[in-house]
Design a protein around this ligand. Sequence first.
Ligand SMILES: *Cc1c(COP(=O)(O)O)cnc(C)c1O
Length: 396
Amino acid sequence: MSETWNNRTKLVHGGTRRSQYNEVSEAIFLTQGFVYDTAEQAEARFIETGPDEFIYARYGNPTVAMFEDRIAMLEGAEDAFATASGMAAVSGALTSILKAGDHVVSAKALFGSCLYILENVLTRYGVEVTFVDGTDLDQWRSAMRPDTKAVFFESMSNPTLEVINIAAVSCIAHEFGATVVVDNVFSTPVFSKAIEQGADVVIYSATKHIDGQGRVLGGVVLGTKDYIRGTLEPYMKHTGGSLSPFNAWTLLKGLETIDLRVKAQAETALQIAEALEGHAVLERIIYPGLKGHAQHALVQSQLGGRGGTVLSLDLKGGKDAAFRFLNALTIPVISNNLGDAKSIATHPATTTHQRLSDELKDELGITPGLVRFSVGLEDGNDLVADLKQALAAAQA
Ligand SMILES: *Cc1c(COP(=O)(O)O)cnc(C)c1O
């Protein structure tokens, strides 16, 4: 029956496991281990672990399993493995399928730590990486080689919010037999249908919208049962990047409200983008939900027209103007998370993307005047008023 449920029902009831007490709210099984009735049972479980049997929390735990089942239902994936952070998910997903001598093609507009994995970690172990402009399908096609084992990209890039065509890139990658690994954070599991569109492996930093309240780190890798249990799980459970039961419980509760939260945030993001579009202090405003966004048609087909919960403002007057703007904001906080209930403003050039060379920043459009704005759950009119007064202060 649960297969026919719509998202909100899945998000509230999916994956629920009840103990002998029949609790309403999911229990936190804050335990590393599990007792076997007999030595024979212990032996049998190490030979084959059933779907609701557990050995050790690094291998699996009932609260973690509830989170995995619920997010897999939402994404329409066969299975999921929960990780200690988004980066444990990214590094695990890639490392579990690659070996020395393999080739990877990756979009170059990446979250700083993702770039580090591809540029500094994988290459140390003999994996060759080619970076392309993710929005240019010709570059993807010409970078592919017979030894290309995986392609990697963020479906909506950070912080310039370019949308990468999941279906088209997957089509090219699959011609070469490469696995398509998508970091889907900015698209959110609510608006994305990445697996349906061709992705083989989908990754979320659960720290972002899935928690949505800035409390815990977590991540998840989604894919076929074969990949998750046959390839990823052995790698993750032996290298140690598993999610803690307490964090899994927090994320499970986050999933109950994610549909409501993310839709409200996207609605407010569009309200802000429309209210600020064409503002005299702005060089440009980037929001994938705006009709003027360079890939508006792709946003329609890939994300059902939803532009996500983040927008970026490029202020005239560079870093000084951006800092005056940030310091004048009264409601949003200056920080570097996103997808939170609280609106968060970030200056990528000096924080999250500080490490990048000036050339790469230029190439990626990470200008000194760029401010990333993660829209929270506050009232949209209050946010518009606050942003407008801060833009006026930036001009001074
Ligand atoms: C935050 C983020 C990550 C890393 O997630 P953590 O939970 O912080 O480890 C990876 N990719 C993208 C696109 C992110 O925004």
